[in-house]
Design a protein around this ligand. Structure first.
Ligand code: PEP
Length: 244
């Protein structure tokens, strides 16, 4: 059976100016041949320049969202093909901040993922429960429902990655217990249509907790927000993933 690929993915969110490309270059120098996939998803304004700065190296660049349509009258939006044209290989979809800030439903996420696949991008599809849903004992129901509705037809390990991101753990410094992460990842592994699909954990992953999270079965890497902004911190997380 094919193994899931390890991936350390950084989500810069709405952070980063051209001067911050120095961090991407530092990461490229530190990891000329990483033992895992390494991806940086900067804001759209930096995708092309980051791809150029990393050109020829193993560190990949991705987007943080795309529109479901190929082109047209959608002011302010970006299509999957535009991301690919700018040098992106992946796109994060259905991040809880987009589900909350932009009212994105799982159906919308599935349509975007389909568009991403059509443009040759790997879709990183985010799922995760709120704190109220966890407290109500609904975590697996919510996460499995999002997975079912957000994964489009034709999703495989080659074109899709799942990121389990408990909403209450994002940017808060709080993380689930290792057992809670394991429970969700075991359920995801049993539910994904391709056994080799990579499953990332996301939510306050830091150099100090990365190794124990990567030791959990069915955790194949991380989607990292705040700690991906500095090459030193993200590098320590990448090193922990390489060693896992
Ligand atoms: C994220 O935004 O996907 C995320 C996991 O953020 P942080 O690592 O800052 O919690």
């Amino acid at each position: 059976m094919q193994e899931a690929c390890k991936l350390a993915a950084g989500n810069w969110k709405m952070n980063g100016l051209r001067a911050d490309l120095i961090e991407a270059r530092a990461l490229a120098r530190a990891f000329p041949a990483p033992d895992c996939g390494v991806l940086l998803c900067p804001p759209a304004t930096l995708i092309a320049s980051m791809a150029e700065a990393l050109h020829g190296g193993p560190i990949m660049v991705g987007g943080q969202d795309c529109h479901a349509a190929a082109s047209g009258a959608h002011t302010g939006d970006i299509s999957a093909r535009m991301l690919a044209d700018a040098g992106a290989r992946h796109v994060i979809l259905g991040h809880s901040e987009r589900r909350a800030d932009h009212g994105e439903s799982s159906e919308t996420v599935a349509a975007k993922a389909q568009a991403a696949h059509g443009a040759g991008l790997v879709a990183i599809i985010c799922v995760g429960e709120t704190e109220a849903e966890r407290d109500a004992g609904q975590t697996l129901e919510v996460v499995m429902g999002q997975l079912r509705e957000s994964l489009p037809e034709g999703a495989t390990a080659a074109n899709s990655v799942i990121a389990y991101e408990p909403v209450w753990a994002i940017g808060t410094g709080r993380t689930p217990t290792l057992e809670q992460i394991a429970e969700v990842h075991d359920a995801l592994r049993a539910a994904v249509p391709d056994a080799a699909m990579s499953l990332l954990y996301g939510g306050s992953v830091k150099p100090g907790n990365a190794a124990e999270i990567f030791a959990i079965a069915n955790v194949n890497g991380a989607l990292v927000g705040g700690a991906s902004l500095k090459a030193e911190d993200f590098g320590a997380i990448i090193a922990a993933l390489e060693a896992s």
